[in-house]
Design a protein around this ligand. Structure first.
Ligand SMILES: C[S@@+](CC[C@H](N)C(=O)[O-])C[C@H]1O[C@@H](n2cnc3c(N)ncnc32)[C@H](O)[C@@H]1O
Length: 397
């Protein structure tokens, strides 16, 4: 009996050291071994759960923690780990009461209040989320992430001046400079250069990926994928097409019969999973569009970008990259949201860029393209209102 306890203790100590050394898979095995020898030890259960979360494997964590929480329902570390696991498992409704049990013990913990706000936001309880961020900031006025979240809620509510103050505070307190500067530009009308931060785009679309097609096509009447394909002159079959920002691959079905080989590029791995499942792409790359265009050795006789340039304000590097990868005679078809000022690029408070036709024509010519077709369109509906867009076809002479 004693021997078993000694072995369990040795396995546990090994696990702790392995975890500290970053050897997470080995640490998990050591904690499992310790658990098998002497089940139910709180320190082992907690370390196993923390290791699995660090490994990005939250799946078994709720079951790991269940016996411990049954014996000790208020165990703070177990509650914190369970809330994190349920959040990672995309179960905000289950995570929220767990976090609230922990908050009951630690009501003045600003980080916990901030996390409660995040969960409420995911549950679309915006007013309660706002008040949770207010509480977090009342407890710690230097909590940069809470300022960012508060600003985002106020931006969505149309309170742009208040949102501006929040993003400025986030920057002043060390919040992510790229993200907060971009958020700030969206509420101040600052020059709309650059592009949406790739980390933001990736997180946004990884979150959307599962219900994307249904939400966009059936829910919002999205049609830019069909629109860009319809803008191609009839008859020609392309040998190798590039679908830039391919997302879940909505452009692929209307392209069937028009392309022999289709390559997709997108920032979001979860969107790419859906695109792969269609079985219509010969290659899919997880990459940022401009960087990929600047480096790829591949060449194409057609490029498409449906509803992608709403995340890219400065199209000059995109056009230069497209020029680089296209064979002469190759068309580029794409959609944009239309700016009120035809000579401008605007970053709107909904965090999407809008491009004006005159500005697009100037950029396209500067890159060497001819503008073959421009069509006004409705890209989709948002809160019942049509979103005006443009469809363009350029050509490399
Ligand atoms: C609104 S979706 C459109 C997807 C697809 N083209 C369609 O029509 O359904 C925009 C896609 O562009 C991708 N995206 C946005 N900016 C990008 C960038 N800079 N590089 C690569 N992909 C990007 C997003 O990850 C997302 O999948």
């Amino acid at each position: 009996m004693d021997h078993r306890f000694e072995q369990a203790r040795a396995a546990f100590m090994a696990g702790v050291q392995q975890h500290e050394a970053g050897q997470l898979a080995e640490a998990e095995q050591s904690f499992l071994q310790a658990q098998a020898l002497v089940p139910g030890r709180a320190s082992v259960v907690i370390n196993l759960a923390a290791t699995r979360l660090a490994l990005g494997r939250p799946g078994p964590v709720p079951d790991d923690l269940a016996p411990l929480l049954a014996a000790e329902p208020g165990h703070p570390e177990a509650l914190a780990l369970l809330a994190r696991a349920l959040t990672a498992l995309d179960q905000p409704a289950q995570a929220l009461p767990v976090l609230e049990r922990l908050l009951h013990q630690r009501p003045v913990d600003a980080e916990l209040q901030h996390r409660r706000g995040l969960l409420l936001g995911r549950l679309e309880r915006a007013d309660e989320a706002l008040s949770a961020f207010d509480t977090a900031l009342a407890l710690d006025a230097t909590h940069a992430a809470a300022w960012t979240q508060r600003g985002s809620l106020l931006r969505e509510a149309g309170r742009l001046a208040d949102a501006r103050h929040c993003f400025e505070q986030a920057l002043a307190h060390g919040g992510d400079p790229t993200l907060n500067r971009w958020f700030l530009a969206s509420v101040t009308g600052a020059p709309a250069d650059g592009q949406a931060p790739p980390a933001y785009v990736q997180a946004l679309f990884d979150g959307y990926a599962d219900g994307f097609d249904q939400h966009l096509v059936q829910g919002l009447g999205y049609s830019a994928h069909q629109g860009v394909v319809d803008l191609l002159p009839p008859g020609r079959v392309y040998t190798h097409a590039l679908d830039l920002g391919c997302g879940t691959g909505l452009c692929a079905p209307p392209l069937q019969g028009r392309v022999q080989r289709l390559t997709g590029v997108d920032l979001s791995p979860r969107m790419l999973v859906q695109a792969r499942a269609r079985g219509l792409y010969q290659a899919l790359h997880e990459a940022e569009a401009v960087q990929w265009l600047q480096q790829t050795p591949e060449r194409f006789d057609l490029a498409l970008a449906a509803d992608v340039f709403i995340y890219i304000g400065d199209l000059a590097p995109v056009f230069a990259g497209l020029w680089r990868v296209l064979w002469p005679g190759g068309p580029v078809v794409f959609s944009v949201e239309a700016a009120d000022d035809t000579d401008a690029v605007q970053l709107c408070a909904q965090l999407r860029y809008r491009h004006g036709e005159t500005a697009l024509r100037r950029l396209a010519s500067a890159a060497g393209f001819t503008v073959e077709a421009v069509q006004s369109t409705v890209l989709r509906h948002e809160q019942g209102r049509p979103i005006a867009g443009l469809l363009l076809r350029l050509q490399k002479p």
